[in-house]
Every structure is written in structure tokens, then in C-alpha cells.
Design a binder for this molecule. Structure first.
Ligand SMILES: N=CN[C@@H](CCC(=O)O)C(=O)O
Ligand SMILES: [Zn+2]
Length: 414
């Protein structure tokens, strides 16, 4: 039996009762913590925790004991929206953006998702696995302890399978929970630009059966947006996805009010993600459901598009999650510490709200809140220890600087 004891914790953050699996609206401002605390991890799980005033004496015999020296302990970030399997960076588009081109203009000029798809076609599964592993290792060092990864740069049967098999290998190779989303409906490949029906048919008749057969995906995703997939096309795909047991997590309202949110909610989406553009109908639709609103502020920052209306969503009693959206086109960063800072600075979320959004609600957006996302007995011991901090708010306040001293995964120091 392996055991790890962390003592002298300045504040043990996120000690929510275990039965709380998601935080909605005003409850997002509640972030329970124990000051001057200890935590015991056994066999990869959180075994117990409490105040240093009550440090237990009957500890396991083979115990690694470390002092947090006044640093804070947080549950690992749960990053519920990423695209970290890709063949190459796209900094040439970065330069086009600096010169004033919009996301749509860059896509129309042969950049965008099709650019990544072209590059991925020629890349081997091994290389994709190696480069995605490097990204994931960096994310783990930055405190991420659970992640969702999408396909969607394949856009052919073989390449979508290649991406999903890479994600399966990542699931096997890494110690953190990983969920896979099938996103062949990311954009129309060149050959199907004027024949949407045939591409939808390819997804439905060829890709989905094979993916379901090999158990390669946990969710179905669609980029429902003007110039990408229409509401009707999205609906058709979500219906068939449901037949294969794949609940939706969809790209919704990134560039326009498209009806994406409503179609996602209608099909019981686990989350509707992006939401840079919303109106009252959108907010009403989400608030009438169990769907989580996942916001991606690094994407807004990088693309120079509006920031989501987090306050409006929270005021409407909606559960809000924060995720990185790490991808080569719209968000070349998987740093969740920065996402949490942006949640505060640009989305006007309070530190408690932003941290809950990036931990417990992120876990819920991957249906993982029974195992990660908070400090509770029996959950996986995926944590990070910070430097000593003057207060909780110091973490998002000190944006761009890492406060993380040590990462613990499954009760082991990495
Ligand atoms: N919007 C769609 N998908 C990605 C961007 C993909 C890309 O540009 O390569 C996103 O979530 O931002
Ligand atoms: Zn995305």
C-alpha cells in the first residue's frame, strides 16, 4: 500500500461535500477550505484530511510525508475542452491575425481547421502520439489532472480513426482521466464543400459505426456555426450519435447566435462550449436544462472575439465551467492557471467561482465529478501544491506566473 501525507498546508481548497457533483449559479461562489491542514492519500485516492490541530497518529507504516510549507493544495484542474492531438502549429495564421484578418477570412484563405487537417493526413500515429504527449505533460506540470480531447482534424474515416486511436493511447499511457470526443463535424472537407449531405452520410454510415465498434469515443461534438454545420445538420448528427451512446458536447455560439445552444440542450448535451455570443433566449434555454456552459476565455483573448457573459449565465443559475480549448488555431495554450486568471479578469468571475469552474464543474463537464474535481475522501488524489500565498485570490491575481511547486497524481508526487 502506498501512502502520501502532506502536512502544513496553508489552505486545503475545494473540500466540497462529496455528494455535490456540480455547482450552479450563486453556489459557485462557495469554495470550502481548511486552513492549516493535512491530507492523506492512500492507494491513489484521498483517504482523509483535516486540520493540523487533529493530525492523526495511527498513520500507515510505509508513508511518504512531505510538508507543503504553508503552500495551498488544490484539486487538479479539470480541462474539459481541448484539441491537443494535432500535427503542426499554425503561427503563420497568428501573423495574419496580427495583420487584421478575421478567423473566417483566414479559414477562407485555406487556413483554419482545413490547414490542420491537411497537415494531419500525412502525419503518423506515432508522431501524433509523441507530440500530444508532450503537450499533455506540459499541461500536467501546469496543474491539469483530467482532460477531454477531441478529434476533428482528421475529416476522413482513416484520419479521424487515427486521431481517436492516439487519444486511446494517451488514455493508456497517462495517469489522469481522459475523455474522447468525436468531432468529424468540425468543418466540411474541401471535397464536400458543395455536398454536405455526402459528408454527413460518411460520418453516419462509415465513421460512427466503426468508432462505436472500437469504443473510441465518449462524446459526439459538432461545430454548429454559420459557415460550418447548420442546426439541422447538427441535429441529425446528434440523433445518430445518441443511437451509439454518445452524448453531445458541442461547439456553440462561438461566432454568432446560431441555434446551436438550443439544439444542444434539446439533445441533452453534457455541455455547450464557447458561448462568446449569447442573448436572453440562449441563457433561458441553458437555464431550463442540466447542460453545463463551458467558457473558453483564452480563445476570446487570442482571436480578439467577445468574452462570454459569465455573469449573466451565473445569475441565471447555470453551472459554468472553464476550459482551455488548447488547439493550434484559436488557442495555442493549455495553461489552466491562465484560464482561471482570465475567468476573473475578463469574465468578471470571482476567484472562488473561477476555481470551482475549472475544477468541480470541469469534472462535471466530463461526467467525472465522482472521481475528481474536489477534495473528498475516495476521490483520486490528483492535486497540486502551490508556493505559500497570501490568499486564495493571489493565484488568479498573479496571472502568467506559476505558483505551482509540486503536482501529485494518484497520490504520487510527479
Ligand atoms: N471552433 C472550432 N474549433 C476550435 C478551433 C479550431 C481551429 O481553428 O483549428 C475552437 O474550439 O476554437
Ligand atoms: Zn474547441
Amino acid at each position: 500500500m502506498s501512502a502520501l501525507l502532506i502536512t502544513d498546508i496553508g489552505s486545503l481548497v475545494g473540500t466540497h461535500p462529496k455528494n455535490i457533483s456540480v455547482l450552479k449559479g450563486s453556489s459557485m461562489n462557495t469554495l470550502p477550505a481548511i486552513n492549516n491542514a493535512w491530507i492523506l492519500c492512500e492507494d491513489g485516492l484521498i483517504a482523509d484530511f483535516g486540520s493540523m490541530d487533529n493530525l492523526p497518529t495511527n498513520l500507515p507504516t510505509s508513508l511518504t510525508s512531505i510538508s507543503a510549507k504553508g503552500g495551498y493544495v488544490f484539486p487538479s484542474w479539470c480541462d474539459s475542452h481541448t484539441h491537443i492531438v494535432f500535427a503542426a502549429s499554425r503561427e503563420e495564421e497568428f501573423v495574419m491575425k496580427i495583420q487584421g484578418k478575421s478567423y473566417e477570412e483566414i479559414a477562407a484563405a485555406g487556413g483554419g481547421i482545413l490547414n490542420s487537417a491537411r497537415k494531419l493526413q500525412n502525419e503518423t500515429e506515432d508522431h501524433l502520439f509523441e507530440s500530444a504527449s508532450m503537450r499533455l505533460k506540459d499541461m500536467i506540470k501546469q496543474g491539469t489532472g483530467a482532460v477531454e480531447i477531441k478529434s476533428g482534424y482528421g475529416l476522413t474515416l482513416d484520419s479521424e480513426l487515427k486521431m481517436l486511436r492516439v487519444i486511446r493511447r494517451l488514455k493508456e499511457a497517462f495517469k489522469i482521466p481522459i475523455k474522447a470526443s468525436f468531432l468529424a463535424a468540425h468543418t466540411y472537407p474541401e471535397d464536400y464543400k458543395n455536398d454536405h449531405n455526402s459528408y454527413i452520410k460518411l460520418i453516419i454510415d462509415k465513421m460512427l459505426p466503426k468508432i462505436a465498434d472500437e469504443g473510441l469515443a465518449d462524446y459526439i461534438d459538432v461545430f454548429c456555426e454559420k459557415g460550418f454545420f447548420s442546426v439541422d445538420e447538427t441535429e441529425k448528427l446528434l440523433e445518430v450519435g445518441a443511437k451509439y451512446g454518445l452524448p453531445p458536447k458541442i461547439h456553440a455560439n462561438q461566432l454568432s447566435i446560431s441555434g446551436a445552444v438550443q439544439v444542444g440542450v434539446k439533445h441533452h448535451a453534457i455541455s455547450v462550449d464557447h458561448l462568446e455570443v449569447t442573448d436572453e433566449d440562449v441563457v433561458r434555454s441553458i437555464s431550463s436544462s442540466n447542460t453545463i456552459a463551458t467558457l473558453l476565455p483564452s480563445c476570446s483573448l487570442y482571436l480578439g472575439i467577445p468574452f462570454a457573459n459569465a455573469r449573466g449565465l451565473i445569475n441565471a443559475d447555470i453551472p459554468v465551467a472553464l476550459a482551455s480549448d488548447f488547439n493550434p488555431g484559436s488557442t495555442p495554450s493549455g495553461n489552466m492557471n491562465f484560464v482561471v486568471s482570465l475567468g476573473c479578469i475578463k469574465l468578471k468571475m470571482l476567484p472562488e467561482e473561477a476555481i470551482n469552474a475549472a475544477t468541480l464543474n470541469g469534472a462535471a463537464a466530463m461526467q467525472l465529478s465522482e472521481t475528481v474535481g474536489s477534495i473528498a475522501v475516495g476521490k483520486r488524489a490528483n492535486l497540486f501544491i502551490t508556493r505559500p500565498m497570501s490568499s486564495l485570490a493571489y493565484l488568479p491575481y498573479s496571472f502568467g506566473q506559476s505558483q505551482i511547486e509540486k503536482v501529485v497524481l494518484n497520490g504520487e508526487i510527479c
